[in-house]
Structure formats: C-alpha cells, structure tokens
Design a protein around this ligand. Structure first.
Ligand code: UDP
Length: 242
C-alpha cells in the first residue's frame, strides 16, 4: 500500500489500447489490466473521483483500416466499437477487484452500457463509483485522446492522466527510433502544440489549452504508477498553461 495523500479530488485517466495490449500490443493482457484495476481501487479509496477513457488501438484503428481501402468514417465507427470491448474488459476486472463501476457509451448500445449522460456520470462519481467512458466522442475523425480531454473538461477533472506503456513522458522525438531524443519534465500546452510532439493529437491538446487543463504523461511500467501520479509523484511530463 502506498502511503500519502492525494493531490487531486477528481481525475480523468486515459488508458490507450496499447496499455490494454501490454507487451503483446494486441488483444488484452489480463495481468496488466488486473494491476490497473488494483491501482484504481486504491485511488478510489483515497477519496479521489476517477473517470476513465479507454482507447481501442489494440483492436482496431480507423485510419489504419482506411489505408487498406476501408471507408474512413465506417472504420472509425469500428474503432469506437473496439473501445467498448476494452471498456467491458476493464469493467469486469474492476468489479472482480471490488470496485463499483459504470460504463457509459458515446454510441447507443443500451443492452451493454449506459448512454453517455454527463450529469449522470457526475452523479456516479459523487457516489464514489468509477466511470468508464467508451466509444470515444461518438464521432468519426476524432481520437480517444480528444475524448479524454473532452470528458475531463465535462466532468470537471483537475488533471488528465495519460497512462502510456511504451513511453514514459513526452520526448523531443520518438525515443524508440531516436536514441538522442530528450524527455521534457515540463511543457506548456502552447509548446506541446507548436513543437507538434506527437504524444497526443492537436485537437486534444487544444481543448486542454483552452480549458487550462493540466496533462500528465506517465508510464504504467513504474510500480504503482497510477497511485503515485495521483499523489503528485511521477517521472513523466506535465503539460500546464504556464
Ligand atoms: N475513434 C473515433 N472517434 C473517437 C474516438 C476514437 O473515430 O472519438 C476511433 C478511431 O478510428 C480510432 C479508434 O477509434 O483509431 C481507436 O481509438 P484510438 O486510436 O484513439 O485508441 P488508442 O490510440 O488510445 O488505443
């Protein structure tokens, strides 16, 4: 158990498809997910409200399907449905860990998940339930990073926590390709935008800039990474308005 106090009262955690895939990069790595669920439980026990936006890249990406000739919008809808699969896996693992959780979907699929209703999501959070937001923004040509920024602003989260698997922060270049790439410990939203740093898309960063929402990019590989970042401890990159 990690001792200490939480720095935030409400956070939005973005778990990319890559995080679900673990080292296998595709499908679902159940042991990674169990670790994530255990940490979310600890964060909730610290009386922090937790909203979670899930990605889908471990299953389907619209842009990649479009490169193979698929209609882009149809591919994007398939990508959004893929995020629902991750959401259900996470919902199940959280429940097995003893967490009360609700999944809300931006695309209507009411036999499986609640529809996204902002005020209802906030009510769940106030009751100490984790809320998983599935199906991104519900619109094609968008990303789940943008959905994460949007939901964070909508629910009044104090910070957007971007959990990564392959990288541990924002670098000047792709550290997997360029060994000389430098990691930033701090950046402004404008710097992240002007340098086009590629860790989040520009729509997502713009939304955070306009709403002065801090972003922390950190690695899930650090033990208890989610709990630590909620306590203000991380080795990643923080993006703020000044
Ligand atoms: N997507 C979309 N609109 C959204 C969110 C997601 O069309 O608001 C689609 C898009 O095709 C994307 C896929 O869903 O490629 C999976 O999401 P994303 O690539 O953002 O997941 P991640 O990179 O986090 O795994």
């Amino acid at each position: 158990m990690v001792e200490g106090k939480a720095r935030y009262r409400r956070v939005l955690l973005k778990l990319s498809g890559e995080a679900f895939g673990g080292d296998g990069h595709s499908g679902i790595d159940w042991s990674v997910l169990a670790g994530v669920a255990r940490q979310i439980k600890m964060v909730l026990e610290m009386k922090v409200d937790v909203g979670i936006v899930v990605g889908g890249g471990n299953i389907f990406r619209g842009a990649e399907a479009a490169e193979e000739g698929m209609d882009r919008a149809t591919g994007d809808y398939a990508g959004m449905v893929a995020t629902l699969i991750n959401a259900l896996a996470l919902q199940d693992v959280l429940e097995r860990a003893g967490v009360v959780v609700r999944t809300q979907s931006a695309i209507n699929i009411q036999q499986v998940a609640e529809p996204y209703i902002r005020r209802r999501a906030i009510r769940h959070l106030e009751k100490g339930r984790a809320v998983i937001f599935a199906c991104g923004t519900g619109n094609p040509y968008m990303s789940t990073d943008t959905a994460a920024a949007l939901r964070a602003v909508e629910i009044g989260a104090e910070v957007l926590l971007m959990a990564k698997n392959a990288v541990d922060g924002i670098y000047s270049d792709d550290p997997r390709k360029n060994k000389g790439a430098e990691k930033y410990s701090k950046l402004t939203h404008s710097e992240a935008l002007s340098k086009r740093l590629g860790v989040m898309d520009t729509t997502a960063v713009s939304l955070c800039l306009e709403n002065k929402l801090p972003i922390i990019v950190f690695s899930l590989q650090t033990p208890e990474a989610i709990v630590k970042v909620v306590m203000g401890e991380h080795n990643g990159t923080i993006v703020t308005s000044e």
